[in-house]
Every structure is written in C-alpha cells, then in structure tokens.
Design a protein around this ligand. Structure first.
Ligand code: PEP
Ligand code: MG
Length: 933
C-alpha cells in the first residue's frame, strides 16, 4: 500500500524492487517489464494494470510469484488511462493467464474508485475477489394478507422472509429507514438497504388492508436487499415492470403470491399438492436415509429450482439438518400425489434409521429447498481430470440397464401376444435405423439383427418357455442369455462373435417388453455421463455430438481416459456412482483440467468458463502454429515426439498435430473397429493406411494387447478373478500363436521396407520375449523386411529390472508407464477410489525408468515412453532429464508438449531428474517439478 511513483517507468522500477526484495527476480527483470509495455500496454481496465515480463526475461525469474502495489495518486499508464493498482507478475510459464482470469471478474464491476480509495490490503483483495452478480426473485419471497398496523410491521415481515432464506443477516431490519421509502407507482412503494446483505434478493409484502402513508396509500412494499453483486439487468427489468401502469393495476388487484410472482417475472412454485415434515435424523439427510428416500420416490419429477426427491446427489447437496422442515410437492394427477403420505410417514420414521422424536426446540427456521441457497452451492463436485478442456451442455446419462419384470406370466396367450408386439416394434425401429444410416457397415449389422429376430428357432425357444408359464420378458431373457452363452463358447471366433449381437437384440426387445423408454440423445452437443467409457466405445462416440464426458469410474490412465484424450473430448473420470443420478435434462459444466464439474451452472459460471476456454484456445493456437517444428530445448537438445494411435484413419491427423512418428499403434483398438476378427488381408490393408500416411516416418506397432480392461468380443477369454494379472497381451497371443503369426505377416507384408518397429506388450519374463521373437524370426524368413526393429514394452516391473539383460537382445524399449505404474504401485489403473493415487511420477517408477534407460543406452538402444505420463507437463522435464529418447502421446497433446520442451533447458532437466529420483513421494516430485521448471 501507499506506493509513489512519478511516472510509469518509475513505477515499473518500484515494482521490480519489490520483486527483487522478495527474492522472486533478479534486477535485470526490469528490461522484460519495459519491453513488454512497448509491445502492448498491460492496462486491464478499472484502474488496474498487470505488468509482466517478456518470455525472454523468464531467465531472470527465480521463483514464480505476484505482488500487488497500490499507487493512491495514480499513474498514467497508456496515454490516457490512470492506474491505482499494479499486479506485477513474475511467471516462469503462462501462470499470468490465470491471474488475468481472476482479475477479469473484478473488471465486471465498476471498481476503479474503490481501488483508488482502498486503505488496507484486505480491501484490495476483497475487490479483486468479486462475487458473481445475482438477484433472487422468487415466489417464496412474496407474502400477502399481512396484518400490519404500520410500515414497520411490513418492514419486519419483509426482512424476516429474506433472513429466513439467508439473504440477509441480523441487523438488516434495523437498517431499513421509514424515511427512505420511495413511491414507485400508485400504491407500490419500495425500501432498500445494502447493509447486512449476504446476497441480493427482493421480498414483496402486501398488507391485508392498504396502509396510510401521510396523504398517500401503500398496498405493496418491495424490499430490496442489494449489494455490489446486484444483477442490475434483472433489477432493471423488475423496475420497468413496476413502472408499467397495466402491470401495476394487476398487482393492485391480487393477493395471490403466485400471480404476483408471474406478473413481476419471479421464479414460481408450481401449484402442486404438498406436505411438510420435520427431519428427525440425528445426522441430517446423509447418504443412507437419502438413498432410502430416493428409492421411495423413484418416479418423482424434477423441475427447475426444485430438487427431485429421486436424485441422490441433489438431495445430499441440500445438506438438510435435523430439525429442518422438508416440503414435498407432488406432480398433480400422478401416482406421486398418493405417495406423498407414504413419503411423509417414511421421513417421520427415520428413513431406515432409528430416530429420537423431534422436540419443538429442535425445529430450525424452515429452510425451504425451493430457493437455491447461496450458502451451499447446489452441486459443485470433482472427479479425476482425464482429458483437458472445458465443456458445457445438456447431459445425456446412459445408465447400466436394470429391467424389472414378473417372472411368471398372466396367460400363455397374453404373454405370446406381448412378445409378438415387442418384436414387431423393435423390428420397425431397426428398419428405420437402416433407412437413416449412411454407413454401410452399420446397415449390415442391423440387417443381421433383423435376421436374428426372424429366426424361427429363436422365437420357438422363447414360446416354449412361455408355454411353461413364464412371462414374456422372463422367457425372452432366459432364452437369449442361454443362446448367447452357447454361442460365445464356440471355438470359431467368427461364430463366437454372434453372442454380442444376440445380447444386443436381447436388450432391445427386453427394453420394449418392460416399457423402458429409450432416451433420445439431445440435439445439441451434450455431456455424456456413463458408468465407464471403454475402448470399444470409440467407434460410437461422435465428437460433434459429445462435447464432454463424465464417468462414474476410471482413473487418469484407464483406457476410458485414453479414449477421451485421443478424441480430444474434455473428460472427467472416476467421479463416483452418484453422477449417474444426474437428471437427464440438467446442464453440466466440466473442466477436464481440474476435474471439477458444476451441475446447472449459472450464467456467470458459464461466462467465466467461456473466457477460460478462450484463453486456452489462444495458447493452443499459438502452440499449433509451431507444431511441425522439432522439439528442441533452449540448449539445443532434441527429443523425438511421436503419437499414440488407436484408429488407422487418424494417422494424418497425428501428423498434422506434429507427430514425427507413430510411437504406439494399439492394434487391439484397430481390431475393435471391426465387428469380427480381421483377416490377414484386412489387417494388412489397415497397416498400409498408417504406413502410407506416415510417408517414411517410423511406425512402432504393438502386437495385440487384449485382456485386462480391453476385452475383444470375438476373442473370448474365460472369466478371471484378476484380469490384469491374467491372460493379457503377449501371454494371450503366445497361447494363440496363429493369431500372433497372422498379425506379424500382415505387418511385414504392409511394410514394403518402410521403417517398421514391432514391439510385444506385457513382457514380464525373458522366455516370453524369446518365444515371441522366435515367431517373428520365422515369419520374417518368409516375408523379409529390411527396415525392421524389434522391441518390447516395459510395463511390468520385472522387465524393467531385467532391462540390463533384455537390452542386449532387443532393438528398443518403449516404456508403458500406465501399466508400469499399475503393477509397481499395485493399484488397478481404473480403480474408482485408488486410481488417483496411481501417479506415474512416483519415485519408484522413476527409478525403473532410469534403470531401463541406462541399460538400453549402454548397448546403444533407444527408449521411448508411450504411457500417459509422456504428455504430463510436470513429467516432461523429468522424463527428458532421465534421457529418454522419444515421447509418444495422444496426438492432441503434441503441440503443447513441443511448446513446453522449447522453453526447457536439457542440462537443468538432468539435474531435476536426479533430484526427483531422490524424492520420497509422487507429490514431492510434482512439487519439485513445479518449483524448478
Ligand atoms: C501403458 O501401459 O502405458 C501403455 C502405453 O499401454 P496401454 O495403456 O495400452 O496398456
Ligand atoms: Mg500397457
């Protein structure tokens, strides 16, 4: 506070002196500040400037930080604008963009006078942390027929309503001054105060009989609780209404709060039957009783500001305490009306918990759930950040299906008729899909489904079960499931694959029989909410339709996250089962960088997100402009940047993103794009697509890595207790050598002497590597390929530990940090609770990487990293410092990683890596990386 400077230059020097004194920069940083001002002035608006150095001056920064300096006399900053506050930034990378974003919130308000007159640092902080604008106008804040003798009675009622809903605090009433009432129109008067206001809101009270105010009369009092967060637009709209003679006449005539709310454009409570009950549970409405309530009210509807009693998340977000009153409303003319009494009784009885009877002293002032209370954000949650970016849109929830039906039928005739009607409806539906689809493959699949539905054997099998008095859905489900199991067990893969189709049509008909509504996708881009998104969903996800993904389970290196990243769709995974309870029509804002998501965000939050997205877009566009240039550090060390690929057609996109090679072709994903096992010729054609598009750049292909969390429908694996520790990757293909052989032949034939590198997944023992290599040698003898290297993935700790031996025999290693982390830390990479702790920057994994690189380099072999760690900004300098030769990642990550590398110093990265190896935890490594780079 209280800084003085004669002009801008002097002020900049004053700022640098502060930074130097605090050990953030060296004195040379002044040149960076001066140069930046010459390029573009840093005046932000509202008397605030944000001076910061040029990228070249980052070398003078010792530690990232910001300092705020208050110049009460003001300094002319860019010709005409005067500043009173300088927010000076010393940022080693682009942190200042975040600061800028926070400040833009303050700029939405007219704060320059406040900034100028501030006396204490706290005042400045408060101004900068401006709250979003708001104004609550709600039917619940309207009260009529009040028995009042004078204006003070009305003041009491008006402020009581606002206090009850936490919009004002004690003291608000005494701040209302009878001399300050203002006549708006006729008998409508207003009073306002900004003291003791927590959040802007307006209550409206009407006396039973008009009050005399001197010569005039009052029949309506508008009580305005306003502070600097007041949403002036909404306020002005209300004032316009209150000055409109026609609407004022209507207001004069009514005492019905609902009508008043409609006239003034306030939020209204639907006029539905309702009952209230006091909650008696000792710990409030926590998960267990709330679940009980959800189960009781499954068919409730959700509307606007009301909380659906069937939504667990929204019930929990209310944070209801013992003694509070819950009001339940039921949609008229539905079963819900009858259920009201049942629900009230259940709440009184404790919703499955033992409860102490409620005493009148326990009863809190009624906190209605109908107005979203500002003191508890409705729903603000987090999951694991999985794919960067912000997305906003309506939600589309796909829940695991549970069908409910009676096992025994009504009569054989009725059940057979039901089945026939359902079959007819499903077939009609499929005909429509075929007619609309433009993709030949999809048409074929559905044509096959039609044929199955016409199969007389299948229908007769179901009829026989109905003849035994089973209901149509029970008979259908049992017969289809038995048939699917039989089919899946067939040794011929082509035939076995039909099991999936059987289950698919089984589901459709069952849904029809149980009256399950198939929920249509929203028309505009939506946020897809699913239990999990598996690799096989890739083909189904349309990037133009799916704006973002939120899943209940999964971790950052689970395949669901990899799929999202590959598609460039912002995603949050592992957010918990309750996300499946989010209502279909709600809207959602997700931040794939932080893992935070907001249900039904307000306009302010959306606007803020849009601004952030704009900033990210700019940073990205800048990086994309240089994506074709190599990744060379400041001290001239180059590292190869390659792309991970799951779809052969995406090769061109990878190159556009700046890929210098394909560092990992996940061939199991290539297989998944086919509805049946691809033949050798089909595979060869697929691999040619990649090699052709690469135009001479190297291709690293991994042989099939099926198993674990990547099942292949037409390659059935017997159920295992621990699939990640079972028949996976090379363990599976060595047991089906024909499959491996066929894939290797297809690869060698496609190569045409172009640079092909083949690697085997999940190698844990030397014998596995040698057995796989022997098969490749055999194949290579028949289909020679001159430009071939053969390597292994290092993703099992035993392989990393045996690297000194393996390095003698292989041509290269590619470290799969996703699995290496999973197996080293013994945490399932998709574990809903633990996977967030499976951090590849754990020093134990860094030790294994270090050992692998040292062993490889001793024998002149190269090492790449193809796990998700390769694109993690905190990991990039450390992996580089550990001397890996190549980083392979999702194509969309390439431009930003290349841009980051260009700001790094290789020799510093080596020092950093050495220190990281000595850390005791992943958190310590992350902190170190943050501080040092
Ligand atoms: C890995 O494990 O790091 C890897 C790249 O392979 P995937 O993620 O396909 O298992
Ligand atoms: Mg792996």
């Amino acid at each position: 506070m209280n800084q003085h400077a004669v002009d801008k230059k002097h002020a900049l020097q004053c700022l640098v002196d502060i930074l130097v004194k605090d050990g953030l920069v060296t004195p040379d940083y002044i040149t960076g500040l001066i140069n930046r001002e010459q390029q573009s002035a840093t005046y932000l608006g509202q008397g605030i400037a944000i001076p910061h150095g040029t990228p070249q001056s980052r070398e003078f920064i010792l530690e990232t930080g910001i300092r705020l300096a208050h110049f009460p006399e003001g300094i002319i900053w860019d010709g005409e604008n005067r500043i009173y506050l300088a927010v000076v930034i010393a940022a080693k990378s682009d942190e200042h963009l975040q600061v800028l974003q926070i400040l833009t919130r303050a700029l939405m308000h007219d704060v320059s006078e406040q900034v100028k007159n501030a006396k204490q640092p706290e005042q400045i902080i408060e101004i900068l942390q401006a709250q979003p604008l708001s104004l609550t106008l709600h039917e619940n804040l309207i009260q009529t027929e009040i028995e009042s003798q004078d204006i003070e009675d009305l003041f009491w009622s008006a402020s009581q309503i606002l206090k009850k809903h936490n919009f004002v605090k004690c003291g608000f009433l005494s701040s209302l001054d009878p001399d300050q009432v203002i006549q708006l129109q006729d008998q409508i008067w207003s009073i306002s105060s900004s003291k003791f206001v927590q959040q802007p809101a307006i209550s409206i009270v009407k006396p039973r009989h008009a009050l005399e105010l001197g010569e005039k009369k009052l029949n309506t009092l508008v009580c305005i609780a306003a502070n600097e967060q007041l949403d002036s637009q909404r306020f002005n709209r209300l004032i316009d209404i209150l000055f409109n003679p026609e609407q004022v006449a209507q207001l004069d005539q009514t005492q019905a709060p609902n009508e008043i709310a409609k006239i003034i454009g306030a939020d209204v409570i639907p006029d539905w039957p309702h009952r209230s009950v006091v909650l008696a549970n000792a710990h409030g409405l926590h998960a267990r009783p709330a679940t009980h309530l959800v189960n009781l009210t499954k068919s409730a509807v959700d509307d606007g500001n009301f909380v659906s009693a069937k939504s667990l998340t929204r019930l929990l977000a209310l944070g209801c305490k013992r003694g509070q009153t819950l009001r339940f409303i039921a949609e008229p003319e539905t079963d819900a009306v009858e259920a009201l009494d049942k629900v009230i009784l259940a709440v009184q009885q404790g919703l499955g918990e033992e409860v102490e009877p409620i005493q009148s002293s326990d009863i809190k002032i009624e906190q209605s759930s109908e107005i979203p209370s500002h003191s508890k954000p409705l729903s603000s949650n987090t999951g694991i950040a999985a794919s960067s970016g912000l997305a906003f849109g309506p939600v589309h929830v796909i829940k695991p299906k549970v069908y409910q039906y009676e096992r025994m039928g009504l009569s054989v005739k009725v059940e057979k008729e039901k089945l026939d009607i359902a079959l007819h409806a499903v077939k009609n539906n499929i005909h429509q899909v075929i007619a609309k689809s433009e993709v030949a493959e999809i048409k074929q699949i559905f044509q096959a489904h039609l044929e199955m539905l016409d199969d007389p054997d299948l229908i007769n099998g179901v009829y026989q079960k109905i003849n035994l008095n089973l209901s149509a859905p029970a008979a259908w489900h049992e017969h289809i499931e038995a048939a699917a199991k039989e089919q899946a067990a067939l040794p011929d893969r082509l035939l076995a694959e039909r099991a999936t189709d059987l289950r698919d049509i089984g589901d459709r008909v069952l849904a029809q029989l149980c009256g399950e509504v198939i929920i249509e996708e929203p028309k505009e881009p939506y946020i897809l909410i699913m239990y999990d998104v598996g690799p096989s969903d890739v083909a189904r996800l349309n990037k133009d339709r799916v704006a973002g993904i939120l899943t209940a389970v999964g971790g950052a290196s689970a395949h669901s996250a990899i799929v999202a990243r590959a598609l460039g769709i912002p995603a949050i995974v592992g957010a918990g089962d309750q996300v499946l309870d989010i209502e279909q029509k709600s809207s959602l804002l997700i931040n794939g960088d932080t893992g935070a998501f907001i249900l039904n965000p307000n306009a302010q939050q959306i606007e803020q997100a849009k601004q952030e997205r704009e900033l990210q877009k700019k940073i990205r566009e800048e990086a994309e402009r240089h994506s074709q240039e190599p990744a060379i550090t400041l001290d001239q060390h180059q590292i190869e940047i390659a792309a991970n690929l799951g779809k052969v057609q995406a090769t061109a996109h990878a190159i556009e993103c700046g890929a210098e090679a394909i560092g990992l072709l996940r061939t199991e994903l290539v297989f998944m794009a086919h509805s049946s096992a691809p033949s050798e010729a089909t595979q060869e054609a697929d691999y040619r697509i990649v090699l052709d598009a690469l135009a001479g750049r190297p291709l690293v292909v991994r042989t099939l890595d099926v198993g674990g969390d990547k099942p292949l429908p037409y390659l059935p694996i017997a159920e295992e207790e621990n699939p990640f520790l079972g028949l996976r990757g090379i363990r599976l293909t060595l047991r089906q050598p024909e499959l491996l052989r066929q894939q290797l032949i297809a690869l060698l034939k496609a190569a045409d002497d172009r640079p092909l590198r083949i690697m085997f997944p999940m190698i844990g023992r030397v014998e596995e590597w040698r057995a796989a290599k022997a098969i490749l040698d055999e194949v290579n003898a028949v289909h020679p390929c001159t430009n071939l290297q053969v390597g292994i993935m290092i993703e099992v700790p035993s392989a990393a530990l045996l690297a000194p031996i393996l390095a003698k025999e292989v041509d290269f290693f590619s470290i799969g940090t996703n699995d290496l982390t999973q197996y080293t830390l013994a945490i399932d990479r998709g574990h809903p609770i633990l996977s967030a702790e499976a951090d590849g920057l754990h020093p134990s994994i860094l030790q294994l990487i270090d050992q692998t690189v040292k062993a490889a380099h001793k024998y002149g072999k190269w090492v790449g990293i193809c796990g998700e760690l390769a694109a993690d900004p905190k990991a990039v300098p450390i992996l580089m410092g550990l001397e890996v030769d190549e980083l392979s990642m999702s194509p969309n990550s390439i431009p930003l990683v290349k841009a980051q590398i260009r700001t790094l110093n290789y020799s510093q990265a080596q020092v950093l890596a050495k220190r990281a190896l000595e850390c005791d935890s992943a958190t310590a490594v992350r902190q170190l990386s943050e501080q040092e780079m």
